[in-house]
Design a protein around this ligand. Structure first.
Ligand code: SF4
Ligand code: SF4
Length: 501
């Protein structure tokens, strides 16, 4: 057992109201400088939708993430070891500005200088790239709330798994369903961005797994932009360097949640420490698609297990991190209750941001639009839900329907259990049956309810305020060991933690 610690996150999608406060909080702190105008390290997408940049999930086009070659070796989709050199100066898989959008501001002075007349003066939109007047034709959340559905939502790559009938049902105006998907860098445990960098500028902090770009070393080759399947690497056209979400590490190190967590209106964001076994990583990366979620769960270790805690300490993990792992809300959602799932596990980067899929759009039944409150009825009609299970499975379980159905049943069982307590119109024996079918105990249902609906920030954000130097004290471990992959990845994921970087 080779125990490592990783900062990790859960976003509970049933609680997201799509207000974009998180995106604005992040933009104001990190990406309001010249060259970064088009960047949204945090963005919120409406699903179904094409997202930002357009159709980022389509790896046939963008070639991001990892794949297994015919010898079952894990290789980057974007470049082979030798091929990386050929793509240094031109990579056709790179998203262009049209795939994001052309950032703009307004010429506000027009409001003051306009001559008096019958019309209201307007501020002309000005391109932040050229400084010239422009027509606005796209934005980072252009298809917000299903606006322009026939043009945008219908092109969501996740709909490819649906039959024609299912697609039509989804877009039936009477029963159209949607959900919000807030996205930041997943600070993946097997980050393809790090592996792709020819300059070794990207690195993963050994003590907590946060993925960062060393701006001194970055040469702006942009291999990382292509290799990240989530398109969470950005190129700053002013500085000529790549940038990405830094998980607000200066805040985290001083005991404060990242700006997007702190500002989240729906309180959907949870952060905590996970302990994992690095020796099981290769199995998780190479698992067959249908069992990727299970394999990723298997990597995670029980922080309450004394053997695990002792091995963690022996590996140099700070006692404060181990204590935080024992209180981790993320461990509860991901491993204990198995409610939170990785986004697109088939990209094989082992994302450390997990999502609790939304129950509400699933409760509505396709066709009649009725919201199902009877749990047993809900279980029976899961295949006819307004937001199709296949769609959610495409997002969160590499197509494995059983995984998302199990999550939906658990969420519905908790709702039913609480309804029995609060509304008192549910038969107690039925509640027991429903909990049994969802594989939950009443204690677990109570705990899930408490962490989902009642938990204050101190329970949603459980990270010890540890300065880097303190965390690295007595810690001398590479962030990815060649022994682990036997050098098979061959792509340079061997950056040791960089003190003071
Ligand atoms: Fe790297 Fe973040 Fe993309 Fe993962 S999501 S590959 S850590 S940029
Ligand atoms: Fe959703 Fe929270 Fe962002 Fe609002 S601030 S869009 S609730 S994640």
């Amino acid at each position: 057992m080779d125990v490592r610690a990783h900062v990790s996150m859960v976003f509970h999608l049933d609680k997201c109201i799509g207000c974009h406060t998180c995106s604005v909080a992040c933009k104001n702190v990190w990406t309001d400088s010249p060259g970064a105008e088009y960047m949204w390290w945090n963005n919120v997408e409406t699903k179904p939708g094409t997202g930002y940049p357009t159709r980022w999930e389509d790896q046939m086009n963008y070639k991001g993430g990892w794949e297994l070659n015919k010898n079952r070796e894990l290789v980057l989709r974007s470049q082979s070891k030798g091929g990386a050199l050929a793509k240094l100066f031109y990579n056709p898989r790179q998203p262009g500005l049209d795939d994001y959008y052309e950032p703009w501001t307004y010429r506000y002075q027009d409001l003051f200088d306009a001559p008096s007349g019958d019309d209201q003066p307007t501020a002309v939109p000005i391109s932040q790239i050229t400084g010239e007047p422009m027509d606005i034709e796209a934005g980072p959340n252009w298809d917000d709330d299903l606006s322009g559905s026939p043009i945008y939502a219908e092109n969501d790559p996740n709909l490819d798994r649906l039959t024609e009938d299912e697609r039509q049902m989804l877009f039936d105006v009477e029963s159209i369903a949607m959900m919000y998907l807030p996205r930041i860098c997943n600070h993946c445990a097997n980050p393809s961005c790090v592996a792709s960098c020819p300059s070794g500028a990207l690195y993963k902090r050994g003590e907590d797994g946060i993925v960062l770009v060393n701006q001194e070393k970055c040469r702006g080759w942009r291999a990382c932009v292509v290799a990240c399947p989530y398109k969470k690497m950005y190129y700053n056209w002013q500085t000529g360097k790549s940038e990405k979400c830094i998980l607000c590490y200066p805040r985290v190190e001083t005991g404060q949640p990242p700006a997007c967590f702190h500002s989240c209106v729906g309180r959907i964001r949870y952060m905590g420490v996970l302990l994992y076994d690095a020796e099981r990583m290769v199995d998780a990366m190479k698992a067959p698609e249908a069992s990727l979620v299970e394999a990723q769960r298997n990597v995670l270790l029980d922080p309450h297990d004394r053997e695990v805690a002792a091995a963690a300490e022996a590996n140099g993990i700070s006692p404060k991190f181990i204590a935080a792992a024992q209180q981790s809300p993320v461990y509860k959602y991901v491993k204990e209750w198995q409610l939170a799932l990785p986004l697109h596990p088939e990209f094989r980067t082992l994302p450390m941001l997990y999502y609790v899929p939304p129950l509400l759009p699933v409760m509505g039944r396709a066709g009649d639009g009725i919201y199902e409150h009877e749990a047993e009825e809900f279980f029976t009609h899961l295949d006819k839900s307004r937001l199709p299970m296949k769609f959610l499975a495409s997002l969160f379980s590499a197509g494995n329907l059983d995984v998302v159905k199990a999550v939906m049943k658990k969420q519905m069982a908790v709702r039913y259990y609480k309804r029995a307590q609060d509304v008192d119109d549910v038969d107690a024996a039925k509640v027991q049956r429903v909990l049994r079918e969802a594989h939950l105990t009443p204690e677990q249902a109570e705990a899930i309810y408490a962490l989902t609906a009642l938990a204050p920030m101190t329970e949603r954000y459980v990270m010890p305020p540890i300065q880097r130097e303190e965390a690295l004290d007595g810690f001398d471990m590479p962030s990815c060991s060649p022994e682990m992959c036997k050098g098979k990845c061959g792509l340079g994921m061997t950056q040791a933690p960089q003190r003071g970087a």
